[in-house]
Every structure is written in C-alpha cells, then in structure tokens.
Design a protein around this ligand. Sequence first.
Ligand code: OAD
Length: 252
Amino acid sequence: MADDAIRALAARLRSAGRVTVLTGAGVSAASGVPTFRGADGLWRRFRAETLATPEAFAKDPQLVWEWYGWRRELIAACEPNPAHRVLAAWTARHEGWRVVTQNVDDLHLVAGTRDLIRLHGSIWEFCCWDGCDGRPGRWTDTCLPLPAPTPRCIHCGGLARPAVVWFGESLDPGDTRRASAASSCDVFIATGTSAVVYPAAGFIGEARARGAFSVEINTEATPTSSLVDLTIHGRAEEVFPAVDALLLNAAC
Ligand code: OAD
C-alpha cells in the first residue's frame, strides 16, 4: 500500500470539516458481494439488458425476480468489512462527513452509517411496478427466499419490483439533490467504483469544481484516476483502516 499517499490523505482529513465518500461495488467485494465489472464481475456472466432494465422486467418479471432473489440470498450471507466499519465510524464521529453509495446491498447501513445516501436504492426494498399511489411508495421485505416467484404490491396487489434503479431510469430527485449538495465539501473520496455510471461518476468532478480535494481509492485505474488530486492504489478494506489509525493516533 502507498504509505505516503495514505499519510497525505490523513493529513487532509485532519483539517477537513466536510468530507464525502462515494462508494461502489468494490467496497463490498471483501464482504463477498460480487462487483459488476472486472474479471469476476456480474456483467461478465449476465447481460444487464435482460436483467436490470424496465424492458427486461416487462418482458419476463419472473426471470428478473429470480436474479434479484439469487443476489439477495448471496448478500444476506455477507457482513460489513473494515471499510464499511471505518466509514460508519466516521459518520458517527464527524458531523459533516457523509457516505453516498451506489451499492444496493445496505452493508453501509448494517455497519451503522448515518445519513447514508443510497443513489441506486436497496435490494431489500420493493415498490409497485405500476406506480400505484399507495403509501409508503417503497417498503422493506427481507424474506428469503422471496415471498413469491413474482412478489405483489402490498397496496394494489399488482406486480411489485425491486426498489433499485435500473439502466435507463432516473435516480430519485431527492437523492440526487442530497448527493449533489454533499459534493460541496473539503475532501471528496471516490472508492470501489469504476466511475463509468452517471450521474454518480460525475459527482467527483462537481466536487473538484467547487474546490474539494479529490481522492480515488481503487485497486485499478479508472477514467477518474487522471483527474483526481490523489490516487491511492489499494483495497478499500485496507486503506480506510490505515487512514483511520493515523487519524485516531493524531487525536491522542
Ligand atoms: P463496478 O463493478 O463497475 O466497479 C467496481 C470497482 O471497484 C472497480 O473499479 C474495481 O477496480 C474496484 N475494486 C474492486 N475491489 C476493490 C477493493 N477491494 N477496494 C477498492 N476497489 C476495489 O461497480 P460500480 O462502479 O459500483 O448499477 O458500478 C456502478 C453501477 O453499475 C452499479 O451501481 C450498478 C452497475 O451496473 C446499477 O445496477 C444501476
């Protein structure tokens, strides 16, 4: 691991009031949740168009639910790793430190992260496929296996769908607004994300434009690597505890 870079990040964080960490699938990799891209990524084995689009669901809801049912069982067996735990501790210790995630596994929540912004929703929530006006519009369902091969809307009895963002869909405007507001910060860290899916991939540029010191923590280079102020080549589950140890030592 790049010790100089880790020390440089810790130094920046020591004087930072507002810190935003954008996380992607790589942060959950050490917990056993597969990433989407890369050698073992889900999109190598499955076609996103047949599983993660509204068109795919309209055509074959049972197939899409089977895929989400499989992923729910896989995620249910996973626990937060040291990266999730350090980030949760940061949100508890520092008022202006936020986590924005693209992950739908909720491992940040299990770790205790406060005020988490979930840009792509949660695999543990359902909503009505027809968009009926029953409230709440999304509800938690942690049944394993799924409550039915094609779960139903608790309000209208029609088809329910996973409350996640699919390709071709817009993000929740409130989440986008909060994430955009969080981009106004002293230090912005993007970690475990291939930085190819927008709007999430654009937040680091937004943060830089507003004066943030920008950092990438990733095991590989991404389109963002050449744009940031500091690149840390390493695993999130090792880098965050190393940075945190420096922060805690300085606090003694
Ligand atoms: P990706 O699977 O595209 O990228 C994962 C990134 O994590 C890669 O850049 C890896 O190099 C890096 N990585 C892997 N292990 C790591 C580790 N231990 N520590 C640090 N980095 C590591 O995941 P996302 O960028 O999150 O969207 O994908 C974005 C969106 O694309 C997902 O939310 C999902 C997907 O299609 C939807 O389903 C809408």
